[in-house]
Design a protein around this ligand. Structure first.
Ligand code: C2E
Ligand code: MG
Ligand code: MG
Length: 386
């Protein structure tokens, strides 16, 4: 069981209040469990409840009672604090190897409770375990994959809407594993992030993309940029702008041949540092795009704080065009906001001619998607351009 958003309580009300809330939660849990079992603080704001001699259904019922008890307002001098917990329930034996395994299962179920919206009890399921095993397995192989050259970049074209001229290519990471086959970034990047591998992996991507951009420039293939996705950890750690400046210099690449795609989550954690990095990058002459725009939190306040050059309308807003009126309204509004703020706007995930048509009508500057070109290996780009 884990207290939901405990750091927010600490931040908003101070650690003293946080400590008292923690103590109160512990009291309530042990009060509710009584002689039927044991409550232990595991780490930080995580608790483990051991209930010997009862079945899974009964354990879930206890967890629901605990969740209810914790959710009652906590009286703090001068007011009330509301806390909730997310809980996962697993049982032993039942094909569980040992206590570590049992804990891992409970933890996997708990993280699903978090994902499903918190303040919730989830029972162990095979699917949770598979997801967790998958992450562990990928995690163990990822370092090796980096060392053994199993990673490569594919490039997907971005086209100017008006005349369909290629303005750039987005570099997208792929992992071709001898025993797992092709692994897509949505599966392994979260694992790399959790393992702290993203600064290294992202540095490799930046280096390869700059090398490729320079090679295309030397081959006289045209006047376009290469866009690189940047993860939160790259912005948060070390001096990212220096790394970018190094990469540009190493490959003799003009700054306007590189674009960096940031997401709101990359800016969220440490806004001051991110702001500093963005200003330095802009000073270098590198263009910055806001990726997955509209899918995170507080997009509009970020637009005011951070000057970026480009907005990417997330594919989730593009896929239901032109039939879904809300999607039309959102796409139209994003284009208007972008243009008002002197930014260009691109739509990603464009798959049909009708989508492209509508995006052209509302003034979207550029398009990216399977309709216009799929991600491809670097060597295929010259042919594709011809
Ligand atoms: P993203 O940056 O938003 O990239 C766009 C994704 O949409 C890519 O998926 C691309 O293949 C896919 N896509 C393009 N056109 C279409 C279309 O017409 N229809 C549909 N359904 N999808 C389309 P991909 O390559 O699987 O990448 C997924 C995400 O992984 C990326 O989303 C990005 O967030 C992350 N990623 C990929 N490469 C890197 C990287 O080098 N570094 C970091 N930090 N993240 C990366
Ligand atoms: Mg992107
Ligand atoms: Mg995107």
């Amino acid at each position: 069981a884990d207290i939901d958003r405990f750091h927010a309580i600490n931040e908003a009300m101070g650690h003293e209040v946080g400590d008292r809330v923690m103590a109160e939660v512990a009291m309530r849990m042990s009060g509710e469990v009584g002689d039927a079992g044991r409550v232990a603080r595991f780490t930080g704001d995580e608790f483990v409840v051991a209930l010997p001699g009862i079945g899974l259904d009964e354990a879930v019922a206890v967890a629901e009672r605990l969740r209810h008890a914790v959710a009652q307002p906590v009286e703090i001098s001068g007011g009330e604090v509301l806390v909730t917990m997310s809980m996962g329930v697993a049982s032993y034996p039942g094909r569980v190897a040992d206590i570590d395994d049992l804990l891992r299962r409970a933890e996997a179920s708990m993280s699903r409770a978090k994902q499903l919206g918190r303040d919730m009890v989830c029972q162990y399921s095979e699917a949770d375990m598979r997801r967790m095993e998958d992450r562990r397995m990928l995690g163990m192989r990822l370092r090796g994959a980096m060392l053994h050259g199993e990673l490569h970049l594919e490039y997907q074209p971005e086209l100017r809407t008006a005349d369909r001229v290629v303005i750039g290519f987005e570099a997208l990471l792929r992992w071709n594993s001898p025993d797992l086959g092709l692994v897509m970034p949505e599966r392994f990047i979260p694992v790399a992030e959790a393992m702290g591998l993203m600064p290294a992996l992202g540095g490799w991507v930046l280096d390869r993309a700059c090398a490729q951009s320079r090679a295309w420039m030397d081959a006289g293939l045209g006047d376009f940029f290469v866009a690189v996705n940047v993860s939160a950890q790259q912005i948060q750690r070390g001096n990212f702008a220096d790394q970018v400046a190094d990469a540009l210099q190493r490959h003799g690449l003009p700054a306007d041949r590189l674009e960096l795609e940031l997401t709101e989550s990359a800016l969220l954690e440490n806004a001051d540092r991110a702001l500093h990095s963005i200003n330095q990058l802009s000073a270098l002459g590198v263009r910055i795009a806001f990726d997955d725009f509209g899918t995170g939190y507080s997009s509009l306040s970020y637009l005011r704080q951070f000057t970026v050059d480009k907005l990417k309308i997330d594919k989730s807003f593009v896929c239901d065009l032109p039939h879904d009126p809300s999607s039309v309204a959102i796409a139209t509004t994003v284009v208007a906001i972008g243009h008002q703020l002197q930014m260009s706007v691109i739509a990603e995930g464009v798959e049909t001619a009708e989508q492209a048509q509508l995006l052209a009508e509302i003034g979207c500057d550029a398009l990216q998607g399977y309709l216009l070109g799929r991600p491809m290996k670097a060597f295929a780009v010259a042919d594709w351009l011809a």
